[in-house]
Structures are given as C-alpha cells and as structure tokens.
Design a protein around this ligand. Structure first.
Ligand SMILES: Nc1ncnc2c1ncn2[C@@H]1O[C@H](COP(=O)(O)OP(=O)(O)OP(=O)(O)O)[C@@H](O)[C@H]1O
Length: 681
C-alpha cells in the first residue's frame, strides 16, 4: 500500500470505528437506563415480583459490565468475502438501529475465517484486515491478501496476522494475563472452537498458549452453548492461588461471569487444603489404593446414630493420628508409607487431604465445614425470618388499631403468618458461580483443568464427580510435571474416566519463550523426556541467555549482584528470581534484605504486582515474567525426583531475558548458556 492509499484507508476505517463506538455508547446508555428502572421499581410486592426484579438486575448488571469491559480494542478485524460481503470482527456483537450487524462477536461462526483462513485455504475470503486501535483512534492496518497464488509453501503456512502478533508478544508484561482475541492463531482456534461433548486434551509445551486458549474456550462455549451452560456454569481449575489471580481478569474482559475459578485444594466447600506436607505424604494420599483405605475406614465406623455424627474430617483426623487405626484400614500400604501419613490431630489440611475428604464425604455425607456453612446460612435465614415476622405483626396490629382491617381475633395470628410468608423478600438465589462453588454435589456444564498433568489419581476421582457428563478440556504438558503422582499418560487416565470419549489436540508454537531461551530449555527437555519435541518459538529477541558458575562461598553476594544488574536492565518490566524449594527461606531472606521492594511469600497480589519477585518453581507454574534469574539450578535438580521438569519450567518463564547463577559448577545439562550478561550479540 502506498502512503496516500494507506492514509485514505485509515481515514475510512476511522469513520467506521467512530460509528462502532457511538453504537457502544448507545448500548451502554440503554443498559444503564434499564438498570436504573429496575432498581427504581417497586420494592414491595409478591415474592415472584421480587425474584424477577433480582434476576433482571443481575442480567442488566452483567450486560453493563460486559459493555464497559470492551472499550479497549473494540474492533480488531475486517473480513472481505469473495461474494462482496464485509464484516467487522470485535470483542462483542453490535447492531445499528435497524438491527443490522455493525460488529460481529469474535466467537460467532462467521468470524471463524479471521483466525483460520490461510492463502492455501482462504475460506471464502479475499482479504483479512487487522485493525490496530489506540483508544478510539485507528493507528494501524495490516492486510493479508488471501487470493494470491504466488506464495510459496513456507509462506502459505506462515502465522496469520504476524505483525499484530509479534507486536503483542514483544510487549512488557503487566503481572496479569491478557486476552488474545485479536491474534488467536489457527491451531489455537481449532482448540477454542472444538465441540462441547467429551474430553479434549490439549497437550503443548511451555508458552504455547494452553492457559490463554483454555480461557478463550470457556468464553466461546458459554457464548455458543449458552442455554446448556449458563445454568450449570463452567469450572476452571488452576494449580495455585497466585495463578488464579494471574488469570482472573481474562474472563470478565471476555464478558463471561458464569465461571468458577478454583484450585484443587478449594474444590470441597468449607475446607481449605493448602498446608505444605512432605512429597511422600502427598504421593501416598494421591494413590488409588486410598479408595479401599477410605472405604475400610468408613466401614469400621460404629453403626447407627454415632456413625451419622462422624464427619469426613473426623474420620481422616483419626486415621492420620492413630497408627493402629491406619494399620487396620490400610494393610496394602507399607510400614514406611503409613509412617509418611502420620500427623497429629488438629493440623491444617494439605491439598492431598481434600480428595480423601471428598471420597469420604461420598460415602458418609457432608463435611463438618459444609455443615457449618449450612448451619450459618440456616441461622441467618431464621434471624431474617423472625425480623420480618415481627415487622408484619407490627403492621397488622397498627392497621387493626386504625380500623383499616377487620379480622376475627382468633384468626389474627394465622393471618400474620400468612402475610409474612407472602411478602417475605426471598433471598436472591445468588449467581451460578456462587451457588456452584458452595455445593459439593454441583454438576458443572463443562470443566477446564489447567496444568492437568499435576493432578493425582485421587484428585481425578474428585474432579470427575463434578462433571458426570464428562464434558471437559484438560490442558497440560507431561514434561512439566512436578510430581511422580501426576498423570503419566493421557490415554491411561482417560481410558479409565471417559473410555472412547476423549481426543488429543497439540499446540506446537511457543508465543512466550524466545528461540534463544528455548534452545537451552530443549537440552533439559531431552533429558526429562528424550522422545518429546520442544515447541517452535514464534520469535527471536537477540538477547543471549547467560550462566555464571560461582564458588559456594561467593554465591550469595554474586546472586544479589546479578539480580541487581538484571533489575536495572529490566527497567519498568517484571523480573522474577526462581529459587530451589530447599533454599527458599535462606535465599528469600538474603534477596529481600539486599534488594528493597523485592516481593516474596504467598500473597498472590504482592507477587504479581511487584517489579521484582522471589518464588520457587511450584509458585512460578503457569506464570511469566519479562526476565528471570534462576538461583542454584543444581539444587532445583536435586530437590525432587522430578528436578529436571522443575528446571524446564523455571527456564521457560521469561519472555525476554534469562540468567542463571550456579552455586559451584553449572550443571552439565545447561551447557548451552554463555558466560557474560546476555548483551545483544
Ligand atoms: N495467539 C496469541 N497471541 C498473542 N499472545 C499469545 C497468543 N498465544 C499465546 N500468547 C501469549 O503467550 C504467553 C504464553 O501463553 P500461556 O501462558 O497460555 O502458555 P501455556 O502453554 O499455558 O504455558 P505453560 O505451559 O508454560 O504454563 C501468554 O503471554 C499469552 O498471552
């Protein structure tokens, strides 16, 4: 395109985009007026009227929230079809006053060619245009002309929308995941729009977009199968609370609120399972042999009323604190395994306990936590009812005194009861997400599991109980598994839980990890799993990953100096220091004392918002940073039987720069690192 043609096109697109924002403003005004009308409506009336009012208020409230969240980058594409029709694609659908479409929602079938069309398969398009907006102004255009036959084989398979994609990949990280609706790639689009029924496994290396694709799939499914899913909700399970915080804003910005985000440790209402415990204890608790152990422990409970008063928590406390009971219930475990489970009564629950509590709850009924929650809800309801009854009594008596009402004195009490019942404002049922999160037996319409390779066999039992239809999307990477009790093979897992009803899709391009860093990570992957193929990086940065070997006595000082240097280079970006679990306390104390403003600990917001964060590998799962320094890789390798996988995870967190400071010689597997400081060569 010549300069003047480009200018002309930009002016024309600006005219259209201005119309779109005007339509958006009108839609916002309408939704706000409707919400005001609902809130300003009558506050008394029948039960049904009150319930209807609540549900309208929720609907208009959600609509207003959705309309507010699409301000940035409202439209990002234009499709010119062979038949002459033209559509604009954006974050939501908009119509003009004659109900003709002005903007097509990215999830609508007609928008699909925006993500899938290639020169080899133009899907009815002559041209795909990418629009770049800053605020409400058009600042750039990229055209893919799809009718050209002159492209060679390699070009035909090139990434779509490359210019927009690369611009978004090079951007500095904010500490929160962002949506990718404008730059979804063809292999990702196939996953996002895959059919609803059955189990879809999405296997892909680090940075291939598994998480972001899974979240877009949730939004797509709720849009496409709204009837079916809005009533039951979608459950998204992530590896840890920091991760949930990292992704939580993606869904509201996609306009979806019927989604429950949870870690595995939070899946059982009323129980918080997050206390640390030795890896061996988690391994044994996650083993399928525990099904029989829990069943035996339940069978040994006394019959009758006493049995009903024992809760799953009580059962597990007894098992862990009494070697005799455990020996009787778990003859299949070795003495050493039983020893690993021993724990004094009253300790907080670990993540692995939660699946066992759920197993027990399945056999003997709800947990103490759930009972407590129900008792509190019952008490609150009873108090509200008593207050309402007293108020009704006052109203009826004052009307009787003023002769506004005539009733036989014997009928007054029943009349008050009746009036109270009729006028009581029924507690709004709560959103689907709130109701689902509070109910152990809730059946979700669809379940999405991120880092799915980390779940133990007992945890899979707990999860599939929440989705008997087996409509699930599991995203994961077996090579990143940090535990031996996780998934060893997707086929083995799914033949057990969804025989004949599962399929695998692969993501092959890494959008996070630059090629220079992926080359180093690939050496580690070759040791972890010689058969695995590393993902292909979407870009180079020109920055070389560096490694320093430091004698033990100078390690602390050298680490602090290296992190301080990297902090300088990272500027306004975000830097993480990944430390071995076994040295977490020591190195965190060292770094936070030497480097003011360094965040550490378990508070997700603090870790994500800081420009410098110190975390262990487990905490860094699923996250990404502009730059990463890995401290003592040798200890990461030695810390667990899956040390190689842990190192692979740590190496693939940065989007720009990587440095490694070894305590002693650099591990052999990191021979691809260069000395120096990563300056562009
Ligand atoms: N099509 C895309 N357009 C723009 N950015 C993308 C695209 N796909 C992925 N990304 C970005 O790449 C990064 C990695 O994505 P994501 O975290 O989903 O990968 P992952 O496969 O879950 O990685 P890991 O296995 O390491 O957790 C994110 O910043 C994401 O926004």
């Amino acid at each position: 395109m010549t300069e003047s043609v480009l200018q002309q096109e930009m002016t024309q697109e600006q005219g259209y985009v201005t119309r779109l924002y005007e339509a958006l403003d009108r839609a916002r005004d309408r939704a706000a007026a409707e919400l005001r009308q609902v809130h300003g409506g009558p506050t008394t009336g029948t039960d049904q009227a009150a319930t209807e009012r609540d549900s309208f208020a929720r609907t208009y409230g959600a609509r207003t929230q959705q309309l507010m969240s699409v301000e940035r980058g409202l439209a990002f594409g234009r499709l010119d079809q062979v038949d002459g029709d033209r559509f604009y694609v954006g974050r939501l659908g908009l119509f003009d006053d004659d109900h003709d479409p002005l903007l097509v929602d990215w999830r609508a079938p007609v928008a699909q060619p925006f993500y899938r069309a290639t020169a080899a398969h133009p899907l009815g398009l002559v041209r795909r245009r990418h629009l770049r907006l800053a605020g409400r102004s058009v600042v750039g255009l990229d055209d893919d002309v799809l009718e050209l036959t002159a492209l060679d084989e390699a070009e035909r398979h090139a990434l779509v929308g490359e210019a927009s994609l690369l611009a978004s990949l090079a951007a500095s990280r904010t500490g929160r995941m962002s949506e990718i609706v404008a730059t979804i790639q063809a292999e990702q689009d196939a996953v996002i729009r895959a059919d609803l029924p059955g189990v879809l496994v999405v296997q892909g290396g680090p940075g291939t977009g598994k998480t972001v694709v899974a979240l877009h799939r949730a939004a797509y499914l709720l849009y496409t199968h709204r009837e079916q899913l809005a009533r039951r909700g979608v459950l998204v399970v992530g590896p840890n609370p920091t991760f949930l915080r990292y992704i939580e804003q993606v869904l509201p910005s996609l306009g979806e609120t019927e989604v429950v985000l949870s870690t595995v440790g939070q899946l059982l209402p009323g129980v918080v399972g997050g206390a640390p415990e030795p890896a061996e204890a988690s391994r044994v608790k996650g083993d399928l042999r525990m099904v029989a152990v829990v069943a035996r422990a339940v069978a040994s409970l006394p019959r009758g009323r006493a049995r009903r008063d024992l809760t799953p928590e009580h059962l597990l406390t007894l098992l862990w604190s009494s070697p005799e009971r455990l020996a009787a219930a778990a003859p299949e475990l070795s003495t050493a395994e039983r020893e690993a489970l021993r724990r004094p009564a009253g300790e907080p629950w670990s993540r692995a306990d939660v699946a066992l509590l759920d197993e027990a709850a399945e056999l003997i009924g709800e947990t103490e936590g759930a009972r407590r929650q129900r008792r509190q809800a019952d008490a609150a309801r009873a108090a509200a009812h008593a207050e309402h009854l007293a108020y009704t009594r006052e109203v009826v008596h004052s009307q009787l005194a003023a002769d506004q009402l005539t009733i036989d004195p014997l009928d007054v009490a029943p009349f008050i009861e009746l009036m109270a019942e009729r006028t009581e404002h029924r507690e709004a049922a709560g959103t689907i997400a709130e109701r689902a999160a509070a109910d152990r037996t809730w059946q979700f319409g669809h379940v999405i599991v991120d880092e799915a390779q980390e779940l133990s066999p007992m945890e899979w039992r707990m999860l599939v109980r929440r989705c008997r239809r087996r409509s699930m999307t599991l995203v994961g990477d077996l090579a990143q598994s940090g535990t031996d009790s996780g998934v060893q093979s997707w086929a083995e897992l799914l033949e057990q839980h969804a025989p004949g009803r599962w399929r695998v899709a692969e993501l092959t391009v890494s959008y996070r990890t630059p090629a220079e860093i992926m080359a180093v990570a690939a050496d580690v992957l070759a040791v972890v799993d010689p058969a695995a193929v590393p993902p292909v990086s979407a870009r180079w940065t020109g920055s070389v990953p560096w490694g320093r070997s430091v004698p033990s006595e100078q390690f602390g000082a050298a680490l602090v100096a290296a992190v301080a240097e990297e902090r300088e280079r990272t500027g306004d970006g975000r830097l993480a220091v990944v430390v071995p679990r076994s040295r977490r306390a020591e190195l965190t104390a060292l770094l936070t004392a030497a480097l003011p403003g360094a965040a550490s600990g378990t508070d997700p917001a603090q870790l994500l918002d800081a420009s410098l964060a110190v975390l262990d590998v487990e905490q860094s799962k699923g996250l990404e940073f502009d730059a990463v320094v890995i401290a003592d890789p040798g200890a990461i390798l030695r810390d667990s039987a899956r040390g190689g996988s842990d190192l692979y995870v740590a190496l693939t967190r940065p989007t720009q720069r990587l440095g490694v400071v070894a305590d002693g010689p650099l591990p052999e597997v990191l021979h691809g690192l260069l000395p120096g400081d990563g300056t562009v060569v």
